[in-house]
Write a protein that binds this ligand. Structure first.
Ligand code: HEM
Length: 399
């Protein structure tokens, strides 16, 4: 029996069932509509992320038209210089000292809008706003522009996820590119002339081996950050809260021991990853489970399917914040054994930042809300990225 089409409404309702059917019966399949090969086993997806024969040249059509050329498309020396240019902002002492207070402020501001109400749509009131507000503040851009950035990232994300090439979505994405360039380029020039204590200045002025990012590279990177750091963390937080609410005993453990938030997020990235798929393009013919992927073809790497491969994880559909086969200590590093942040040279540069953001937010939410329950049914939405469209909750406010 043929596996349900990835782009069908049935798959949108229950992708996990389709991912399982693909992984077990057609580990390599060709999708006419997307003109792409689809892979779904952990071993194959891991290889596609780690083996340099799989290039990320696909981003030249998938992302470059809206962002310009970004780190995601680079390889070799160019990629490693760019990684070193941006990494200091997202790791270690810089991150904790400078940006955790920014996260706390933003988390509490949003929480204050509903903390005494006893009910909330957590997605509308918190998760879709918090990461983007944090990035805009980190960049040193005005609070009054939050709504603008929110609109831009929604449009860029739609462009990226436009698997059926809807022309209106394309047009909207290209308009966003122009608006964003008009907005950012003068501000980058200002920071070069007079650096401030913000991420935009850091990106504009950091030098590695005598190289700096050009104005257009900084603009492209900031535009990427809005999607890479906004939508993903938003959905990761919503998925994690939903997973914990559905598992009251695990919620109670996290409530009692907040150091387990890191485990809950890592297991969420495995069990219900916000980014469900990523593309690659091999530079040679490659043998994979189920056949050969020809040189130059687009390959859809199904992160969500790989992360539930029973060859890799016991009882993979179960959400378990202490599972023995997920390495929690390495879950936020390139040595991770889940594919939620990809693997290899493009492993998410914002993984530690995302963890810090989710820890700050989840701590605040759990402090303010007791006895959290779902209010009604939950509809999960999206194929490229996936999370609940709304998360209506009832709770008992703490004093
Ligand atoms: C839980 C939240 C997040 C998830 C699930 C996530 C997921 C991913 C994935 C799957 C990739 C690999 C893309 C590829 O290889 O084609 C990636 C790369 C990247 N992410 Fe994240 N991300 C998250 C948070 C963030 C944050 C907070 C930032 C920064 C503010 C960020 C910035 C980036 C950048 C710049 C890259 C490109 C790295 C490179 O090409 O070397 N991400 N992310």
């Amino acid at each position: 029996m043929a596996v349900t089409d990835i782009l069908s409404p049935e798959c949108l309702t229950d992708p996990a069932g389709v991912w399982e059917a693909l992984r077990e019966t057609e580990p390599l399949s060709f999708h006419e509509g997307m003109n792409a090969y689809v892979i779904s086993r952990y071993r194959d997806v891991e290889r596609a992320f780690k083996d340099p024969v799989f290039t990320s040249d696909n981003y030249s059509w998938q992302l470059e038209p809206v962002h310009g050329r970004t780190i995601l498309q680079m390889d070799g020396r160019e990629h490693s210089i760019h990684r070193r240019l941006v990494t200091p902002a997202f790791k270690g002492s810089e991150l904790t000292a400078k940006f955790v207070p920014v996260m706390r402020r933003n988390s509490r501001e949003l929480l204050d809008t509903f903390r005494h109400d006893g009910e909330v749509d957590l997605v509308g009131a918190f998760t879709t706003r918090y990461p983007i507000n944090v990035i805009v503040d980190m960049l040193g851009l005005p609070k009054s522009d939050h709504v603008l950035f929110h609109r831009w990232y929604t449009s860029i994300m739609a462009f990226l996820a436009n698997l059926t090439q809807d022309p209106l979505v394309t047009e909207n994405g290209l308009r966003t590119r122009d608006e964003l360039a008009e907005y950012l380029l003068p501000r980058i020039a200002e920071r070069r002339a007079a650096p401030r204590d913000d991420l935009l200045s850091l990106l504009a002025t950091t030098e590695i081996d005598g190289e700096r990012m050009s104005d257009l590279e900084v603009k492209a990177f900031v535009s990427l950050l809005l999607v890479a750091g906004g939508e993903t963390t938003d959905k990761a937080l919503a998925n994690m809260m939903l997973n914990l609410i559905r598992e009251p005993e695990q919620m109670a453990r996290v409530r009692a021991d907040r150091s387990l938030i890191g485990n809950a997020l890592a297991e969420t990235l495995r069990h219900s990853p916000p980014v469900q798929m990523i593309m690659r393009q091999p530079s040679e013919d490659v043998e994979m489970s189920g056949g050969t992927v020809p040189k130059g073809a687009t390959v859809v790497c199904l992160i969500a399917a790989a992360n539930r491969d029973p060859r890799r994880y016991a009882d993979p559909g179960r959400f378990d914040i202490t599972r023995a086969d997920l390495d929690f200590a390495k879950a936020y590093t390139a040595a991770a054994n889940h594919t939620g942040f990809a693997l290899g040279r493009h492993f998410c540069v914002g993984a530690m930042l995302a963890r810090a953001e989710v820890e700050v937010a989840a701590n605040d939410l759990l402090d303010a809300m007791e006895d959290i329950e779902l209010d009604g049914t939950v509809t999960e939405q999206g194929l490229f990225t996936r999370a609940p469209s709304a998360l209506r909750l009832r709770f008992r406010p703490t004093a």
